[in-house]
Write a protein that binds this ligand. Structure first.
Ligand code: ADP
Ligand code: MG
Length: 352
């Protein structure tokens, strides 16, 4: 039984907090148009839970220290939470500075994107700085960084005995045949960029050496510093997205592979439906989230043939998981996630 002191301590730990959601609402990653932001669902749910939620956009954002915290300066956002950029005459105005402090605010960088592609180094630096200043940044910048590199994620999987498709980096177009041999597999194989867009664009199934070589040459002609990976193809009909929050599964869905494709990204038009995880998939997803240092992540699994007995493959971990799809199939995952952080005892102990 808990002592009175422990009960008092417990109730003192449970209290509302403030959320600063930082988006990149103008991000245009692809030329298809099904991507929807999770910011509105976070906004709506936070308000229902009596949490103060404030929005900023990475574009145009800057900040400065004040007594007991920081001021965040952001361009305003409209009713649909889209940033209002300077107009065609170059005129702009900033919203009232947002005053944040370490003890009552969670920073959610929802629009960090991929470094040098859909995100700027400056945005990362601001978030790292806030973390160093003792703020609770959800997820940590280390976790974002790891998840943003499919190669680093692959190495992490090897390190922690997480089952994952065999992967080799392509370091020069002339070495492609050797890379294929090292992979020790058969065609088809999967060619992808290491810093994924999380949208399926940048993932190609390749059926022959002649296509592979030419494709690598063409890709590197347009961007010779792009990190390319060659990966074993795992035959699946669907993959599984598991949302793990603070060591708990708050939702899972299967995403059907699109016809005439190998991809199953909902943002490309794949259909999703609820799936019940096996115990093995559930515990493995939680372990993966933990090894990746993720508090709130989307773990993508490729199911094994015998889901009860054989470990799933971990395809990737998303540090900025979309919540719209899972909200439709699972039992109020966003509410469960935001509710969880009312418990201050799980906040990181960060000393500035
Ligand atoms: P992105 O970051 O763009 O989402 P992923 O690596 O997750 O890139 O690949 C997108 C989709 O392509 C996956 O959800 C999966 O359906 C399919 N896919 C990717 N790699 C493989 C693979 N090695 N074997 C089978 N399917 C794959
Ligand atoms: Mg993916």
């Amino acid at each position: 039984m808990k002592s009175l002191k422990e009960f008092v301590q417990l109730s003192e730990d449970i209290k509302p907090y403030n959320i600063l959601v930082i988006s990149h609402s103008g991000a245009q990653v692809r030329d298809t148009a099904r991507e929807t932001s999770s910011t509105p669902i976070i906004d709506k749910t936070a308000k229902q839970l009596g949490l103060n939620v404030v929005h900023a956009d990475f574009v145009g954002m800057h900040m400065n220290p004040i007594e007991n915290g920081h001021e965040i300066h952001s361009l305003p956002l409209d009713d649909e939470l889209q940033v209002i950029l300077p107009d065609h005459k170059g005129e702009y105005k900033y919203q009232k500075p947002i005053k944040i402090n370490q003890s009552d605010w969670i920073i959610m960088p929802r629009g960090l994107g991929t470094l040098g592609f859909t995100g700027s180094r400056h945005w990362y630096d601001m978030m790292s700085y806030l973390e160093e200043e003792g703020y609770f940044v959800l997820n940590s910048i280390d976790c974002y960084d790891l998840c943003n590199s499919k190669y680093m994620s692959y190495l992490k999987c090897l390190q922690y005995d997480i089952r994952t498709p065999k992967t080799e980096p392509i370091v020069h177009s002339e070495t492609v045949e050797d890379v294929f041999k090292r992979l020790d597999t058969n065609f088809p194989v999967v060619l992808k960029s290491s810093s994924g867009s999380q949208t399926g664009v940048g993932v190609v199934v390749v059926e022959s050496m002649r296509s592979l070589k030419a494709l690598v040459q063409m890709t590197l002609l347009y961007n010779k510093y792009l990190s390319l990976l060659l990966q074993e193809y795992i035959k699946i009909d669907y993959d599984i997205r598991v949302i793990v929050n603070e060591g708990e599964v708050v939702g899972s869905m299967k995403r059907n592979v699109m016809s005439d494709d190998i991809r199953s990204n909902v943002s490309m038009g794949a259909t999703a439906e609820v799936i019940e995880l096996t115990e093995l998939e559930r515990t493995e997803s939680i372990r993966i989230a933990e090894e990746f240092g993720g508090r709130l992540v989307g773990v993508d699994l490729l199911p094994s043939k015998d889901r009860e007995k054989e470990l799933p493959y971990c395809l990737e971990v998303n540090a900025n998981p979309g919540l719209n799809g899972i909200e439709e199939v699972a039992d109020k995952p966003t509410k469960r996630i935001l509710e969880k952080y009312k418990d201050r005892s799980i906040w990181p102990v960060l000393t500035p």
